[in-house]
Write a protein that binds this ligand. Structure first.
Ligand SMILES: Cc1cc2nc3c(=O)[nH]c(=O)nc-3n(C[C@H](O)[C@H](O)[C@H](O)COP(=O)(O)OP(=O)(O)OC[C@H]3O[C@@H](n4cnc5c(N)ncnc54)[C@H](O)[C@@H]3O)c2cc1C
Length: 373
């Protein structure tokens, strides 16, 4: 087979760019296809920008392993390429005695996941370091931080281009055909025209559209199903004025979200969110700002009683690309290769929700190991 390009990655979010720049380091002929005019305009720019330590995820899951590995890779990458990060740490707070068993369970799970630096603090110790936080106890995670996600993706794009890779913006994959001797014929719409591109390997890092792209190809293995998308929106409020915190503050998580937490951006401005709102479409609208301000304030006041409620300003939303339905057990990252769907040369990533930004560089290395298998 004669191909136009060896490897095509669909999607220029943080994950697609991390995969492409990792592949371009070791092989020629890597191209990213992105439907928008630039990188990271979907989930990769609508998140909390937190570098997670790897505390919450089930032992043995890809989310746990790739988060812990990815966090270290991300801090090292940021230092090497001057990407702004703030290793500010986070407090996971128990606001009532009834939450202490959950805090303990989370600490034990974190240790099993390889997060060995957690420190349990009493309410007196917390009063000394974050006097505005109210809680009965908290766990400090010193290796949690925040990153400028736009600068991170710009650095990944530069890495990719410096290594000889390419990016085609304003180009949407609309159909895929498997070639008889292996490889793929891609139909790509760009500027009102459709062109064809032949490639030997294809990586589906299309985020919220990953299931749609996966269904363009299907599978050759009986019983294999492309995971279905179940979008879950998260709303964020910004805080006008200065927040009195130096660390991120997280309440106890639920099974499908981390709770309305306080994060700080690189400039130190505070924002709260995301909540969770399951929906059937990909609408980003900020729904019921007034009602939501009240429910956010209720949640936040459990750990910050002095919150000035009127200072909560509706900011933005993000859509989690979940692959499990509301009320069903959470799914792991699904990174499928030929062993799963039976199509050599095709890697597909589904359900890359949090901690996908943290894990992105580790996901890149994982896909590079899988792609020749
Ligand atoms: C509310 C929220 C908060 C989060 N907070 C955090 C956090 O604090 N820390 C953390 O580590 N993670 C966080 N995450 C997760 C993280 O943001 C994602 O895991 C990560 O950004 C996913 O990147 P991606 O490249 O897979 O997807 P995306 O950023 O969605 O990129 C996919 C790209 O594919 C393109 N595309 C789709 N279909 C096609 C097509 N047919 N042709 C061409 N291009 C196509 C899209 O245009 C898009 O640019 C959060 C996620 C959400 C929703």
């Amino acid at each position: 087979m004669t191909t136009d390009i060896e490897t095509v990655v669909i999607g220029a979010g943080a994950v697609g760019l991390a995969i492409a720049s990792e592949l371009a380091r070791t092989r020629a002929g890597v191209m990213v296809i992105e439907r928008h005019h630039t990188f990271g305009t979907e989930t990769s720019s609508r998140n909390s920008e937190v570098i997670h330590a790897g505390i919450y995820y089930p032992e043995g899951s890809l989310r746990a392993a790739l988060c812990v590995e990815g966090r270290e890779r991300l801090y090292a990458f940021a230092e090497k390429f001057n990407v702004p990060v703030n290793r500010c740490g986070k407090l996971l707070v128990a606001t009532a005695d009834a939450e202490l068993p959950q805090l303990e369970r989370i600490e034990k799970r974190a240790i099993r996941n390889g997060v060995g630096d957690l420190v349990r603090l009493s309410s007196e110790e917390i009063a000394r370091i974050e006097p505005d936080v109210r809680c009965v106890a908290a766990t400090l995670s010193p290796s949690t931080g925040v990153i400028d996600s736009h600068a991170f993706m710009a650095a990944l794009e530069a890495q990719l281009l410096n290594a000889g890779g390419e990016i085609a913006y304003n180009s949407e994959l609309i159909a895929v055909a498997e070639l008889p001797g292996g490889g793929f014929r891609l139909s790509i719409a760009s500027g009102g025209e459709t062109s064809e591109l032949l490639c030997a390997r294809l990586v589906n890092a299309a985020g919220l559209a990953a299931s749609r792209v996966g269904n363009m190809i299907g599978s050759s293995k009986e019983g294999y199903r492309v995971p279905s998308l179940h979008p879950a929106k998260g709303h964020y409020f910004a805080l006008s004025g200065k927040a009195p915190f130096r660390r991120l503050i997280y309440p106890m998580p639920s099974s499908d979200a981390l709770g309305v937490h306080l994060t700080l951006d690189m400039g130190g401005a505070a924002r709260f969110g995301p909540d969770i709102h399951w929906q059937s479409d990909l609408d980003y609208a900020f729904v019921d700002a007034d009602g939501r301000r009240k429910s956010f304030a209720r949640e936040i006041k459990r750990y910050w009683p002095a919150l000035p409620e009127a200072a909560l300003i509706p900011a933005y939303t993000g859509l989690r690309p979940k692959i499990y339905a509301e009320g069903t057990p959470p799914a792991d990252f699904a990174i499928h290769g030929a062993a799963d769907h039976g199509i050599p040369g095709f890697i597909a990533l589904y359900g890359i929700e949090s901690p996908g930004l943290t894990a992105s560089l580790a996901i890149g290395a994982h896909v590079a190991r899988l792609i020749d298998g």
